[in-house]
Design a protein around this ligand. Structure first.
Ligand SMILES: Nc1nc2c(c(=O)[nH]1)N=C([C@H](O)[C@@H](O)CO)CN2
Length: 118
């Protein structure tokens, strides 16, 4: 199994998210940390982006996915993002930490941390 990781840190996406009615009328910020387990050795050997995971494309996909799929729970969002990454990129395993910023008073952050395997 690949031990290499391509990662994205602190990707922020503004979207409609939440369980309560008042949350469905505002935009809130989700923040993603994503770790994608993939073998980078071939890409490194021949210096070729097409042989690894393009983090810019993944980041763009996450923004589009979140904005196009309105959800109540951050669990739903994290699961969708993980599923997309595993089915669309050469990634064996991914770990996603998803924070909902400013959601709960007096906290540094709240969120979910999931790990999914192909
Ligand atoms: N495990 C979760 N707990 C809560 C969620 C959530 O998505 N997952 N969401 C809410 C509300 O939408 C909250 O963010 C508003 O205060 C509460 N708990």
């Amino acid at each position: 199994m690949a031990q290499d990781i391509v990662f994205i840190e602190a990707l922020k996406v503004d979207t409609v998210i939440g369980v309560y009615e008042w949350e469905k009328t505002i935009q809130q910020t989700l923040q993603f940390d994503v770790e994608m387990y993939t073998d980078i050795s071939q890409a490194a050997q021949i210096d070729d982006l097409s042989k690894t995971v393009d983090y810019a494309i993944v980041a763009e996909d996450i923004v589009n996915l979140v904005k196009q799929n309105q959800a109540e729970l951050i669990e739903t969002v994290a699961e969708k993002v993980a599923s997309h990454i595993l089915t669309s990129f050469p990634v064996e395993r991914c770990r996603i930490k998803l924070r909902k910023l400013g959601a709960v008073a007096s906290t540094a952050s709240v969120g979910v941390f999931i790990e999914r395997t192909k």
